[in-house]
Write a protein that binds this ligand. Structure first.
Ligand SMILES: [Zn+2]
Length: 305
């Protein structure tokens, strides 16, 4: 039964023998193949979120899906090694990032592209070291709408004063990487291949959490993976009830719409997903569970990872 489950699950994209965990620390890097690409999770930390950040969760939903009032969460970045490129997708807080890269034998100098899902501090914290560019050879890809939001004085004035610090951090990153910036407009998720940003990488519009929030679809040798950034923060409740938003969403309504759209897309096309706030192992499959809801089937649990 176990073997059957494993082969059925991994047939989607990730052969069983190709998953390996680095033996260091509690929740460590997981590396797996997506076609010719080698993808690694870069966990920065695991934690539990509290239900008071949720918007639109009814008492019934909370009772059913969050009986303890908390949910498992994490902060992750991802590394994708292709035959020609070493690509970072987000940079986390920068707490364990460099140790995780080192455990894979990857130096900061080797990273030649960084794709940002958005510019919150837990995604761009690792981009600067002592105020300087931490990845000197990398081109930094940011959606145009995301860049424009953080660069806008009007947008900054519109948020409460105690939440304006994020604008300063985003602007410092933009200034430090100004000669290496590549602004682009993400596309729609249609399931067809597109020219993309880099060979095998396609930016998918997932606006709402932030105005330019972008997911990345990886495609290689017939396999795919959707790295969805902050499409969900509280998996325990946002999978069965995608209409629940969080207080960190800049536009909660648009975030819900993007979540519903991409969950449907991933489930329908059987595309495995990875997320920046999905607790370890942070990758898995999305499946329809009826009544507009979804369930998340983690990879690797059957391997004891
Ligand atoms: Zn965020």
């Amino acid at each position: 039964m176990k073997a059957l489950f494993l082969s059925a699950m991994l047939a989607l994209a990730i052969p069983a023998a190709k998953i390996a965990a680095q033996e260091e620390g509690e929740k460590d890097v997981i590396t797996f193949e997506v076609g010719d690409f080698l993808v690694s999770t870069l966990p920065e930390g695991q934690q539990r979120g509290k239900s008071d950040v949720l918007i639109g969760a009814t008492p019934d939903m909370l009772k059913k899906h969050l009986p303890e009032g908390t949910y498992p969460s994490a902060v992750n970045a991802f590394l994708v090694r292709t035959p020609d490129q070493t690509v970072l997708v987000d940079a986390g807080f920068g707490r364990k990032l460099f140790a995780n890269l080192q455990s894979l034998g990857v130096s900061a100098e080797q990273v030649n592209a960084i794709l940002l899902t958005h510019m919150h501090g837990d995604h761009i914290g690792g981009l600067l070291l002592n105020g300087k560019v931490a990845f000197p050879n990398a081109t930094l890809y940011i959606a145009q709408a995301e860049h424009d939001y953080w660069a806008s004085d009007e947008a900054m004035q519109a948020v409460p004063e105690n939440r304006r610090g994020g604008f300063g951090q985003a602007r410092r990153v933009i200034a430090a990487y100004r000669d290496k910036l590549r602004l682009f407009t993400p596309g729609e998720a249609t399931g067809t291949s597109a020219p993309g940003l880099l060979p095998g990488f396609w930016g998918v519009a997932a606006y709402g959490h932030t105005p330019g929030h972008t997911a990345y679809l990886l495609q290689s040798a017939g396999s795919r993976l959707l790295i969805w950034g902050d499409l969900a923060h509280a998996m325990s409740i946002q999978m069965p009830c995608p209409e629940v938003a969080v207080t960190y969403d800049v536009d909660a309504k648009a975030a819900v719409k993007s979540r519903q759209h991409l969950l449907e897309y991933a489930a329908k096309n059987k595309i495995p997903v990875g997320g920046m706030h999905i607790a370890h192992p942070s990758i898995g499959n999305v499946k329809v569970s009826g009544k507009g809801g979804y369930e998340f089937e983690e990879f690797c649990t059957c391997l004891g990872l």
